[in-house]
Design a protein. Sequence first.
Lengths: 438, 218, 334
Amino acid sequence: MTTYLLRDVSPLGGERTDVLLADGLIAAIGAGLEAPQDAVVVEGAGLVLLPGLVDLHTHLREPGREDAETIASGTRAAAAGGFTAVHAMANTTPTQDTAGVVEQVWHLGRRAGWVDVFPVGAVTVGLAGERLAELGAMADSEARVRVFSDDGKCVHDPVVMRRALEYVKAFDGVVAQHAQEPRLTEGSQMHEGVVSAELGLAGWPAVAEEAVIARDVLLAEHVGSRLHVCHLSTAGSVEIVRWAKSRGIDVTAEVTPHHLVLTDELARGYDPIYKVNPPLRTQADVDAVREGLADGTIDIVATDHAPHPREDKDCEWAAAAFGMTGLETALSVVQETMVDTGRMTWADVARVLSTAPARIGRVDDRHGRPVAVGEPANLTLVDPAARRVVRPEAQATKSVNSPFRGRELPGAVVATFLRGRATVLDGVPCDDDVAATR
Amino acid sequence: MSAALPRPDGSTPSVPPVTSPSSTPAPQPAPSSATVVLGEAEIGRALTRIAHEILERNKGGQDVVLLGIPTRGVPLARRLAARIAAVEPGIDAESVVGSLDVTMYRDDLHQQPTRSIGTTDVPGDLDSKVVVLVDDVLFSGRTIRAALDAISDLGRPRAVQLAALVDRGHRELPIRADFVGKNLPTSLTERVRVLLAESDGRDAVLIESTDEPTGGAA
Amino acid sequence: MKHLLSTGDLTRDEAVLILDTAGQMAATQAREIKKLPTLRGRTVVNLFFEDSTRTRISFETAAKRLSADVINFSAKGSSVSKGESLKDTALTLQAMGADAVVIRHQASGAPHTLATSGWTHGAVVNAGDGTHQHPTQALLDAYTLRRHLVGAGGAQDPSGRDLDGLHVAIVGDVLHSRVARSNVQLLHTLGAHVTLVAPPTLVPVGVEAWPCDVSYRLDDVIDTKPDAVMMLRVQRERMSSAGGGFFPSPLEYTRGYGLDARRLAALPDHAIVMHPGPMNRGLEISADAADSPRAVIVEQVANGVAVRMAVLYLLLAGGQTPVAPQPNPNRSAE
C-alpha cells in the first residue's frame, strides 16, 4: 500500500502540521516529518484535514433503479464529495428488508471500493408500514445493520412505530423516521404557504412533519429508546427537538444541505429541479435550521442524495419525481452557509459531517475517529479557498438533478483516503487504483 | 404585448418592440429638415375643391358615403362631409360619414410591432352606395388594397372611389386616387407628415428628409 | 410579452389594450361576414390534456374567425404516461409548425413549463392549468363587467377605461379555482375591489397575501351592495370524505353560499350575476338566479370568443423582434 505524507495540513482547522499515512493507519503526526522512500507527498498548505465524512442518508438506487445511479457510481460520487462512509437507504427494488438484500448491497459496496457502504434496513416489510421487517436478522447479517428507516415513506401507524422503537433496543439500533403524516400530505407538491397558494400547487403543511416528530419523541421517551429524525426542515420541528433534548429524550436530528440554503420561492418557475421531499420551506425555516445546526439541536448534516433520471425532471411539476443530488456539493454548502458566515468552525464541521453521524450509525469504531496516531486513515483533505461553479454533467453521480447548477460554491475536496488508500487525489477520483483493489 | 404598445389613437411608435430588458431600441432616423408644403389655407382650399369634385363626379350627394381610414382619414372625411352638406340640399353630414379601420386586412402586419385596432363605424348599409375612401397620404397603395377587402366584407357598394389629401407616388400596386389634394413627388428617403387640427393642433403637410428609406406605410 | 400564461403578468395598460381590442373584435362579430383575414397562414394548435369542449370550441372559433388554421390535439394525460406526453407532444407540434399553442392541462404550471422549455417556439396561451390560472376566462369576465358597469351600461364606449371603483364578490371553491386566482389578480390590476366568499375549508392558506378581502358569510357581503357577483362551480365530489370532506353536505353548502332568489333580490338593481360555467343549478346557483335578467352567463360565453380573438391577434399578428425564448438549462431540448 502506498504511503502518503500530507505536508503542512491543518487538522480540523487547527495548527498546521504533517501527517503520515501508512498501512491503513495514521502513522505519525508532527512538524517537519521526513518522507519515507516511495511515499507520495501531498502539499497541504492552506488545506484542512477532516475525518472522512460519513453520510447517514443516501440513496444509491441499486438494486432496481440503476438508470439513475448504481452503487459504484454513487459511492464514487461520495468519495468525490469527501465521504468515506455512506448509509444506503432501503427504498430499493427489492426493498432492503431482509438479510439477503442488505448483504447484497453491502457486498456490492465493498467490491466497488470507493467508500464503506452501510445498508439501512427497512422498518416494515416492503415499506408498507404494516408489519415489522426482520430487523434482528438484518442486524446479525454481514451488513451489521444498525440504522432502520422506511425513508421515502413515514412509519405513520403509532403502534408499529412503538414496536420498532422497542425492538431495536436489543441490538443498539436506531429508527430513523421520515416524518410525514400521509393523510395531511395526499397529493402534496410543495410547501403549503403563500407561494403554493399563488402557484396552485397542493401544499405540504409544516404541521405534517412536526406532528409526527412530536409523537415520536414522546414514544421514544416512553419506551426508553433512541430516535433519529431524518431531513428536518421546519422551524417548528427544530423547536420540538430542542424541547425533547431538554427533557433528556435520546433523539438526534439531521438537516440536508439544500434545506440550509434554498426556499420555496424557487418553485415559482415551476422547475421541478426544486421539487423535493420534504419540500423547500420559507426563509424563516431556513434561518431556524441553521440556528439549530449551530447550537447542536440538529446533530448532523446528511445529504439525502436522491438521483433521478432526466425524464423524471424534464416535465411539468406534478409529473416530476421528488429529490435532489447532493453528495458532491454537501461540504461546500455547509462551508458557505455555516463556516464562511462564522457560525461554525471546521471542528464543528467534522462533528456534524463525520463524528456524530458515525456515532449515530454505530460505525464510530472505524469512522469519525479523532485525527490521531494509530487511528484508521479515513480522512478528507479540503481546500477551503477554492471556488467552483457547479456543473451537474461533470459530476461523478450518474444523474444531473442538482439544484445548484450554475452556482459558484466555495471549497473543493482535494483528497479522500479510505483506510489509507487514496480514493480521490488532486480532486480527481482514483479510478485505476480503486479498480485494482477489486 | 411588447413595451412599444400602439397608442390608443392607432398610431404606432416607430421604435421596435423591446422584448427583453437588455435590448435597446434601434435609433430613429433623425429628421434633418422639415419643409411645410401645404399650410392651413391651402389644405382648406384643397378639401373644398375635392368636395365639389365628388359631387360633380357623382352627380350629387345621394348615395355617397365617405369612409375615413383611421386615424387622420377620419377627420378629413368629416370635413368633406360638412362641406358637402353645406352646398347640397337635403344632405345631413352625420349620416354620410363614417370610419373604416383596415388593420385586420393589412398584408404587412408581421413586419411591424402589433398595431392596435381602430374603430369601424359605417352609417347604414353599403349596398348600392358609392363609397369614397378618404385618407391623408396615398403612398404604396397597400392600405387602400386592405380597405377594398374590408369593404367587400361589409357589403357591395355600387362603386368605390378614393380621395387622398396627398399623393406622394411610389405605388406598389395598381391603385390610383380619384380625388387628390396635392401631388407631391417625393424620394423614398423622405417622410410625409400630415398634421390636422383635430389631433395635432394645427393643419400642415410636412416633408422631412431622413437618412434611411421609409417603408410604404400607406 | 410572447405568451399569455397568467393575469399576474399583465400591466393595467396591457389588460386595457386586450379589452379594447376585444371590443373591436366583438364589433366584427356583429356583421354578417364574421371572418377576417388577419391571421391567414398561421397555425393555432389546441392542446387539450383536460376535457373541455366549451373552451376548446371558443378558442377554435376565435382562431378560425381570424382565418388561422386550427389543429385540435386532445390528449388525456394519464399518470402512466406522465411527463413524456407533454414534452414529446410539444416537440411533435413544433415539427408541424405551430405559431401558437393553446394549452389546457391538469398540472399547474404546465403552460409555464412549455413556454420556458424550448420545446416549442410559438406563443403559449394558457387555457387553464390545474388550480393555477385561466387568464382568458378572467379577461372575458373583466370585459363583461366593463360592458355592463362602465360607460353607463353600454350607452358610452368604455374603451380605454378600467374597472376602477367596482366591487366584485367571488363566491365558491376558491381553494381549487384557477378562475378565482386569475380574476383576483386581473380585477385588482384593473382597479376593482374584490371580496372572496367561501367556507373556511375552501380558502387557501396563504390567501392573506392576495390583493382582496375574504369573508365566510355571503349575506354580509351582499349587504355591502357589490356591483357584481361571480359564482364559482363547486364540485359535489369535494363534499364527501373521499374527496377530503370540505363540506358536510350539498344542502348546507347551498344554505350558506348558494345564490338563491332571496339573495338575488337583495343585490343592488344594477348588479350583474356571473358564472364561468358549467353551472350546478340548485347547488351554487339557483335556477331563478341563473335565468334572471341580471345573469350575464350566456353573454360571457359570446364575449369569450371576442376576447380570445383579441388575445390571438395581439400575440400573433405583429412582428416581434425575433427573440427565441431562453431555454431552461435544466431541461434537455433534444
